[in-house]
Design a protein around this ligand. Structure first.
Ligand code: SF4
Length: 453
């Protein structure tokens, strides 16, 4: 597809509010089956054997989870906490180094790391010497001769020139900055005071250090947030000359994240008000020339994510939309999830347990799932729906999904021509609803997942 035709296709996107679909609670399908279906049958030995089964010369992506922040934001849905004397960052880094050594041992000949992503929490809680130490350990234990991308998630309030330089010295290529919302009143409500100047300073620091890829994360659906607040943040993001902007809807799951009880449900934009916030973010960013990627990302036209999308090479993993085509994603650190060709597994989320098992040089893996052949092919299908908005269905899959698809067809969300399913321009905001039609394990149940839009 030419660039012009591609832009014209995206300009057709329609934002019709369809309450019965927008208010459904659905998995985000960053894996299939989703992580809430993992079980304790998978342990360290299962994980070790799966790593050893990787093909000779496998390309590996590493994800390192740093589960600490200086201060908690009340909307946070991540595995994180504020470090304490009993739960310090230093000993966590030592445990992480032990896990790096443990995992690298199992990999087959020729396995090499192509990407490293630091997430959290806020990796900016690390001291420059800890960043140096972690990279030295990674380089010692893994083949990094083909390492092309190093990315880090950063809180603009927490970074310093020294920290940025430590990551830059290691070869940092991309940084994601959490911006979320600019309005000071909403910032107060979410316990994240972040002056605009801090964000601009962070961007300048990264550029000075030679970091070429910069992402901004922003949110809608926060307490007290209005369409005007979302438009203001989107406009700001679109004028910072960054490559990618991710727009996440606040997921209110206080039964899982107790600190979210700080919000009163009546203060949360709901129904059509929330939907229109997602719309205004998308419209502001596309008007500024960003290309929509899947259902929550926007990329500059020359960015590798928009190239991958245009070429049908977009993927979806635990970090969301990506152009990463590695054989395996290996997660390191407390709560980190790994995705191998024939196994998903997750480490303990408890940082004390994580330190304790690694002090004994044993595995922190506590749960996971071995997908069946059917689940692997369902996962591929769901990934293509979420990435390409169209997919070819075989007769059996079409027949099995049809009862769930029928209401979406009637609503004009999807069209079915022979075996080809296409998500319409009107249906794009509801693409997770479409994906759920192919998930035999999904049954709508309040209080389990985040809202569709
Ligand atoms: S900085 Fe990020 S990870 Fe830390 S509490 Fe805030 S939202 Fe959560």
């Amino acid at each position: 597809m030419t660039e012009l035709a591609y832009r014209a296709r995206n300009a057709e996107d329609v934002w019709d509010y369809l309450p019965e679909f927008a208010s459904e609670q659905l998995p985000r399908y960053t894996s299939y089956p989703p992580a809430n279906r993992f079980s304790a049958e998978t342990d360290g030995e299962t994980a070790r054997a799966a790593r050893a089964r990787l093909r000779t010369g496998a390309a590996i992506s590493l994800y390192l989870h740093i589960p600490f922040c200086q201060k908690l934001c009340w909307y946070c849905g991540c595995h994180t906490s504020v470090p304490t004397i009993a739960d310090p960052v230093d000993t966590y880094v030592e445990a992480l180094k032990s896990e790096i050594a443990l995992v690298a041992r199992d990999l087959p000949a020729g396995a090499h790391v192509t990407r490293i992503h630091f997430g959290g929490g806020s990796p900016d809680i690390l001291l420059p010497r800890q960043v140096d130490d972690l990279f030295a350990t990674l380089r010692l234990h893994f083949d990094v001769s083909a390492l092309a991308d190093i990315a880090v998630e950063l809180d603009p309030r927490g970074i310093s020139e020294d920290l940025v330089q430590a990551f830059a010295n290691a070869g940092l290529t991309r940084a994601s900055l959490g911006v979320q919302v600019l309005d000071a009143d909403v910032q107060r409500r979410i316990n994240r005071m972040q002056p605009r100047a801090d964000i601009e300073t962070a961007i300048r620091m990264l550029r000075r250090a030679g970091v070429e890829g910069i992402n901004i994360d922003m949110m809608y659906g926060l307490p007290g947030q209005t369409m005007g607040h979302v438009a203001e943040t989107a406009l700001f993001a679109s004028t910072q000359d960054v490559d990618r902007i991710a727009v996440f809807g606040y997921a209110h799951v206080p039964w899982m994240k107790k600190h979210q009880k700080a919000f009163s449900a009546v203060d949360l934009p709901a129904g059509e008000a929330r939907f229109r916030q997602a719309e205004v973010a998308a419209r502001t960013l596309t008007s500024a020339g960003y290309i929509p990627i899947g259902f929550d990302h926007f990329a500059a036209p020359g960015d590798s994510l928009s190239t991958a999308e245009r070429q049908g090479k977009l993927h979806r993993n635990f970090q969301g939309y990506t152009d990463d085509a590695s054989d395996a994603l290996i997660g390191l650190g407390a709560s980190a999830i790994s995705s191998l060709p024939d196994l998903f597994y997750q480490n303990t989320s408890d940082t004390a347990d994580y330190r304790a098992v690694l002090a004994r040089e044993t595995s922190p893996v506590v749960r996971g799932l071995t997908p069946s052949r059917e689940e692997i092919s369902t996962g591929r299908l769901i990934e293509r729906v979420l990435c390409d908005f169209e997919v070819n269905l075989d007769a059996g899959t079409k027949a099995a999904a049809y009862p769930k698809l029928a209401p979406l067809i009637r609503a004009g969300i999807v069209g079915l021509k022979g075996g080809k399913l296409t998500v319409s321009a009107r249906g794009k905001p509801y693409v997770r609803n479409v994906a759920a039609c192919f998930d035999p394990g999904f049954a709508p149940k309040p209080g389990t997942h985040s809202l569709a839009v």
